[in-house]
Design a binder for this molecule. Structure first.
Ligand SMILES: [Zn+2]
Ligand SMILES: [Zn+2]
Length: 402
C-alpha cells in the first residue's frame, strides 16, 4: 500500500510499504478515508524527536473496516469507525478507569501508546491506505449513518476535538465561567469550540497568526494578538482585573515569542499570571521529558523555570497530560450527529496522500491559511481542493447559535 513515512528531519515521503495484516485475533483492519496532519506531527517532522526512519506517521484516523480478527465481536466489516489516537488495551488498571491515554500494556515500560508517533510504541500510523487497529472492539468508535456525510467532522474525534475538550476539563471549566486559551492552533481552536459548547461566559484566545485569530473571532471568541504587546494585561482588563476563571495551554514545549525565539516557560508563566486566584489550568500542549535540540539549558532536560511561588500563592490547580480520547469521543460524536458541534470548520485544506509531503512543508512553516490539513488516501489528486472555512454547510456561527 501507499503510505507517508518519516525519512529524516523535514523529510517525509510517500512510498510503498507492506499492507498491514491481522496479526492478533483482536485486530481490525481499516481502510483509511480521512487522516489529518497534526501539529504534534511537526515535532517529529522537524527532527526534534527520536522517531525512527521508516515509520508511517498519522494518528488522526477515520475509515471503513475491511477485515476483523476472529476474536472481534462488536465491530464488523463495513462499519465506519473513528480511531482514538491513543491505542489502549481496555483491561489494564488505567484503561479500566477511563485513562486510556495512559494504557500500561500497549507500550511496555511507558504509560500510553499511539499510532505513528515517537516514543509511543511500535505502531504505524494512518497516513496510509490501510491501518491495523489493535483491540478493535475497544478502540473503534462506531459512527452513525451520517458517517460519510459528516466525515470531516467525525475525523476530528480522533484527537483534536477531544483534546481541546480535555483542556477545558483539566482546567475545571463550569458553565458561566471565563477561560483564556494560549495557542490558536487546531487544539486551541477546539478548546474554544468546546468552551462555547459548555457555556463559558467569555472565551479569550492568545496567538499571533492573523488567519487563526480571525477564525477564532468568527466563532465569538475574543482574540488577543500577542505580537502587539504582552497579553497578560489585556486578559486582566477583560476580566475586571481578576484574571480568567480557567486557563488552557495549547502550545507546548516549542512555544516562542513573536520574534520566533523559543521560551519554554512563556505560556505556563503567562497562565499563572492571567488566571484568577483559586482558578484552574489545563495543559494539553505537548511537553517532553528531554529536548536535546533546545537552546535552553533547562529544557534540554525537560525542565521549566515555572513561577511556582505565584502558582501556590494564588491557590491555583493544574491538570496535565494527553487526552484520554475514549473518555469523551462517544459523547462528542453525538454532539456532531445532532448538529451541536461541527469541528470541521477549522479545516483549511483537503488533499490526497500524494500531496502530504508538500502539505507538511506548508503547515510546518505556519503559512497563512494552513490551519488544518486533512488527507483522503483513497482519493487521487484530481479531487483536491483548498477549501474556504465557511464554504461548507454549517458555519461556526450556526453551530453556536443553537
Ligand atoms: Zn494529533
Ligand atoms: Zn490499558
Amino acid at each position: 500500500m501507499k503510505a507517508l513515512i518519516y525519512k529524516g528531519p523535514r523529510d517525509v515521503q510517500i512510498t510503498e510499504v507492506p499492507d498491514p495484516k491481522i496479526e492478533k485475533p483482536t485486530d481490525v483492519l481499516v481502510k483509511i478515508t480521512s487522516t489529518n496532519i497534526c501539529g504534534s506531527d511537526l515535532h517529529m517532522y522537524e527532527g526534534r524527536t527520536d522517531v525512527e526512519a521508516g515509520k508511517v506517521l498519522g494518528h488522526e484516523n477515520l475509515g471503513q473496516v475491511v477485515e476483523v480478527g476472529k476474536a472481534v465481536a462488536r465491530i464488523q466489516a463495513g462499519d465506519w469507525v473513528c480511531l482514538p489516537f491513543n491505542i489502549s488495551c481496555g483491561s489494564c488498571k488505567n484503561c479500566e478507569r477511563g485513562l486510556t491515554g495512559f494504557c500500561l500494556t500497549m507500550n511496555p515500560g511507558n504509560a500510553g501508546a499511539a499510532y505513528g508517533y515517537a516514543g509511543m510504541g511500535p505502531y504505524n500510523g494512518g497516513q496510509a491506505e490501510f491501518l491495523r487497529v489493535p483491540y478493535g472492539d475497544f478502540n473503534c468508535l462506531k459512527l452513525p449513518d451520517d458517517a460519510e456525510e459528516k466525515e470531516n467532522d467525525y475525523v476530528m474525534l480522533s484527537d483534536i476535538f477531544p483534546t481541546g475538550w480535555h483542556a477545558t476539563e483539566l482546567a475545571g471549566l463550569c458553565p458561566g465561567e471565563s477561560i483564556v486559551i494560549f495557542g490558536c492552533g487546531p487544539v486551541g481552536l477546539m478548546a474554544a469550540h468546546s468552551a462555547l459548547i459548555k457555556g463559558a461566559s467569555k472565551v479569550i484566545i492568545v496567538d499571533r497568526h492573523p488567519d487563526r485569530l480571525a477564525l477564532a473571532r468568527k466563532i465569538g471568541v475574543i482574540a488577543i494578538d500577542d505580537s502587539k504587546g504582552p497579553p497578560v494585561e489585556e486578559i486582566l482588563d477583560l476580566t475586571g482585573g481578576e484574571g480568567a476563571d480557567r486557563g488552557c495551554e495549547c502550545v507546548g514545549y516549542q512555544c516562542h515569542d513573536p520574534a520566533g525565539h523559543e521560551i519554554p516557560n512563556l505560556t505556563m508563566n503567562a497562565l499563572v499570571q492571567s488566571v484568577r486566584p483559586t482558578g484552574g489550568i489545563g495543559v494539553v500542549g505537548v511537553f517532553v521529558e528531554e529536548d536535546p535540540g533546545s537552546k535552553d539549558q533547562l529544557a534540554k532536560e525537560g525542565k521549566l523555570a515555572f513561577d511556582f511561588g505565584a502558582f501556590f500563592e494564588k491557590g491555583l490547580s493544574m491538570g496535565t497530560g494527553q487526552c484520554n480520547v475514549k473518555a469523551y469521543n462517544r459523547y462528542l460524536r453525538n454532539l456532531i450527529h445532532t448538529g451541536r458541534a461541527n469541528p470541521s470548520w477549522i479545516i483549511s485544506h483537503e488533499l490526497s496522500l500524494d500531496e502530504a509531503p508538500d502539505a507538511y512543508k506548508h503547515f510546518d512553516s505556519r503559512e497563512r491559511g494552513w490551519t488544518k490539513v486533512i488527507l483522503h488516501p483513497q482519493q487521487n489528486r484530481a479531487r483536491n481542493r483548498t477549501r474556504s472555512t465557511t464554504a461548507r454547510k454549517g458555519t461556526p456561527e450556526a453551530a453556536h447559535a443553537e
